[in-house]
Design a protein around this ligand. Structure first.
Ligand SMILES: [Ca+2]
Ligand SMILES: [Ca+2]
Length: 104
């Protein structure tokens, strides 16, 4: 009986308590923005967690030439998810290629 209770408790803990493997910040999380988080929040003048073209021009002008690229759903607003996806993509593109050769 005691073993049955233990097994039941173990299964319950496994079912409820295991959040699965962590993959960093969830998509759209402000944490994924890294150093851009503060810039995004500062540029977001009306606090709707999205940047209009005017807000980008005033607060993140370096992003303005890439506005259409970052605004993937073309709603003329850049969400934190769109910006973090863009930054992640930039990080991958700019990463130096892995060298397969070994030094002896
Ligand atoms: Ca805004
Ligand atoms: Ca958008």
């Amino acid at each position: 009986m005691r073993a049955l209770i233990l097994i039941t408790l173990t299964l319950l803990v496994a079912a409820c308590g295991n959040p699965g493997p962590r993959r960093g910040a969830p998509p759209g999380s402000m944490d994924a923005l890294g150093p851009y988080k503060a810039k995004f929040e500062t540029a977001d003048a009306n606090g709707d967690e999205r940047l209009s073209r005017d807000e980008v021009e005033a607060g993140l002008p370096e992003l303005l030439p890439r506005f259409e690229t970052v605004d993937t759903d073309h709603n003329n607003l850049i969400s934190s998810a769109e910006l973090s996806s863009y930054l992640e993509w930039q990080r991958i593109v700019k990463a130096p290629p892995q060298k397969a050769q070994r030094t002896q």
